[in-house]
Design a protein around this ligand. Structure first.
Ligand code: SIN
Length: 275
């Protein structure tokens, strides 16, 4: 197994492994690489839906997605899809999946099934690198603070997606979400300090209004996106990416109008987060 960095502070490409057969020590090494580097990319994978589900079960629990359409034959697999006619994509802004849950999902295993001829890359940003990028004063300022996260403004019947041509594809418009997490968490396995706010789902700092919270949150978001903290995944047929939601943000670039893109996603269960 060979591990090659994708950028100075974010992501690795792992070669010499077929995920369909990975278990035992190989699985442990893959987990460790993802916990540390945030995202791992695997090329040229033979990875059927059955392999996808079996690999996720070997990793740990599966969280069934509440919002995306599900694969009819394999409800463990959510469809992240955009047709050639649709203009809005899923996940087309910087975010951390499930930060609005009390126990957020650990991460995702995303498999490329239909790709546009060009474009449709996914960007990742490393939240440990983001935390390290903050000045000592800013680290001091956020020490001990917590923030409130929700997805209601995104997925509800009057939310952002409902105003777009993606709205009718999504489910869960009647769900209500909300969770408070520390702004700086420690990774449950590596102990690394990670910035845990994101502009898609973080609403306010606890004890402050949204307007009072935004200037400080914006300073954190700006620091998080320094170029060295990011990496870019160009998908190819046979590519699988696995990322850690605690360690990364991601952003699906919507630059392939007129073409379809379909990805299969399994969301891996996580654990409670702590400072
Ligand atoms: C997502 O899970 O937010 C979508 C990622 C992608 O489609 O690249």
């Amino acid at each position: 197994m060979q591990i090659t960095p994708m950028s100075p502070r974010c992501g690795v490409e792992i070669s010499g492994v077929q995920l369909a057969n990975a278990d035992g020590e190989v699985m442990e090494a893959i987990k460790q690489a993802i916990y540390v580097h945030g995202v791992a990319v695997f090329r040229d994978q033979e990875f059927s839906p059955e392999d996808h589900i079996a690999f996720a079960r070997r990793w740990g629990g599966i969280d069934i997605n509440n919002y995306f359409p599900l694969n009819e034959a394999y409800p463990e697999i959510a469809l992240v899809r955009k047709s050639a006619e649709q203009t809005t994509n899923i996940g087309g802004a910087w975010h951390t999946d499930h930060s609005y849950d009390q126990v957020p999902a650990m991460g995702s295993i995303l498999v490329a099934r239909t790709l546009p001829p060009k474009g449709g890359d996914t960007l990742y940003a490393h939240m440990g690198a983001a935390y390290d990028s903050l000045s000592d004063e800013l680290k001091q300022e956020i020490e001990g603070l917590e923030a409130f996260h929700t997805a209601d403004h995104v997925y509800k019947a009057d939310g952002i997606y409902a105003q777009t041509d993606m709205g009718s594809d999504l489910r869960g418009q009647d769900l209500k979400t909300g969770a408070v997490h520390p702004i700086v968490i420690r990774h449950p396995h590596t102990g690394q300090k990670l910035l845990y706010v994101n502009s898609a789902f973080t609403i306010n700092i606890v004890g402050r209004t949204r307007d009072e919270s935004l200037p400080l949150l914006q300073r954190l978001y700006d620091a998080a996106l320094l170029p060295d903290n990011q990496c870019r995944l160009e998908w190819r047929p046979g590519t699988v990416a696995i990322w850690d939601n605690r360690t990364t943000w991601h952003n699906a670039i919507n630059d392939y109008q007129g073409y379809a893109r379909e990805m299969h996603r399994i969301t891996l269960s996580g654990e409670a987060l702590a400072a």
